[in-house]
Write a protein that binds this ligand. Structure first.
Ligand code: SAM
Length: 335
């Protein structure tokens, strides 16, 4: 029998109130660290959740205590029925947010507002158009940059995610921080993480400590303000005195925040992942389509969650390709 009361609490006492739903495996960018060069094998359309199924599964999670849902992908905004998905999910008592590369987000301002989406995370790994093209394999820098300005102007709460890679964009850390001088955004530097096919190695990663070295050599001690992190926050938050925005570091590799993890992930083909780094998945969609209740599957998956990074609890384990490649590539997980 399913313990109806608290199926979202794991064996380490963590409650999971935050569900990230990937809507699509495809993307309009081709970021090298996110998807393998040769592309990914896409699920047949019939294996992807329909908007009704997304709603049914989300509703079950909300009934059991989920209060935040973030839509991601692939690129969630290239899914044709995104307006209906937003409308359906907006009827649930949750905070609805979205992670996007913002290439086409200017066309969705009204729809996002009408459905109560206030928080938008935008990925931007370089402030230099040529480097942007290099990392995304697409010429869309101007659109993304202008759309960030537009989102701020339209009153959205905007976080800009930059994955740092040594020798590529670590020399832009201070430029990104200056970007927060007149814009009320949070720039979040993300440690490059290993996933299937992304050619990760430790030496390419820029660590939390290294980011802070750049910051400490460019600003004086009394200019750097350590901000209070929110509960369940994945980031260490800072600002420069007098700047409108702030910056943060997401140190999943060198300083994992697993103790306070409250996140679960649903892939576009309806698989529940209890951790970004987990090598196992639980098939909610097949269960739902068979007409069965999905709660026991959810409960089992949550109970099986490892204490740290899908069981890769040391840096040594995380560095072993046979362990971290035993997972999807990020584009099909939904970051
Ligand atoms: N298309 C949307 C976007 O670009 O934000 C949503 C999906 S994308 C997979 C979500 C986030 O995952 C992005 O911020 C991206 O930078 C991050 N990401 C992808 N691969 C990563 C990796 N290997 N290490 C760290 N972050 C990664």
């Amino acid at each position: 029998m399913t313990n109806e009361k608290n199926i979202l609490q794991d064996s380490h006492g963590r409650d999971h109130g935050y569900l990230r739903i990937s809507l699509i495996e495809r993307c309009n960018l081709r970021c090298t660290y996110c998807m393998p060069e040769e592309g990914v094998k896409l699920s047949p359309k019939s294996h992807l959740m329909t908007y009704e199924e997304i709603y049914e599964i989300a509703k079950t999670f909300v009934n059991h205590g989920v209060t935040k849902i973030r839509l991601t992908g692939g690129e969630p905004l290239i899914r044709k029925d995104i307006p209906v998905i937003l409308e359906k999910l907006a009827t649930l008592p949750v905070e609805l947010s979205i992670t996007s590369n913002a290439v086409i987000i200017d066309k969705f301002i009204d729809i996002l507002k009408a459905n109560g989406v206030k928080k938008i995370n935008v990925s931007l790994d370089s402030l230099d158009a040529a480097k942007f093209k290099h990392i995304t394999r697409r010429h869309e820098f101007e659109k993304v940059y202008n759309n960030i300005l537009l989102l701020v102007k339209e009153g959205f709460i905007v976080k800009v995610n930059a994955v740092l890679m040594k020798g590529f964009n670590d020399n832009e850390i201070i430029d990104f921080i200056h970007f927060t001088k007149d814009l009320p955004i949070s720039v979040r530097f993300i440690e490059f993480m290993p996933f299937d096919g992304n050619k990760w190695d430790m030496s390419k990663m820029v660590t939390y400590a290294e980011v802070m070295n750049y910051v400490n050599t460019s600003f004086s001690k009394d200019q750097i303000v350590r901000l209070q992190d929110a509960p369940n926050d994945t980031s260490k938050n800072y600002k420069i005195e007098g700047y409108k925005g702030c910056f943060a570091i997401i140190s999943s590799v060198t300083n994992p925040f697993c103790d306070s993890c409250n996140r679960l992930r649903l892939t576009a083909n309806g698989q529940l992942k209890n951790c970004l780094f987990s090598s196992t998945e639980s098939d909610l969609l097949t269960t739902l389509r068979a007409g069965n209740t999905i709660e026991p599957v959810i409960q089992k998956a949550v109970q099986a969650k490892f204490k740290i990074r899908g069981g890769m609890d040391t840096l040594d384990k995380l560095q072993q390709p046979k362990l971290h490649n035993n997972n999807r590539s990020m584009i099909t997980i939904g970051g």
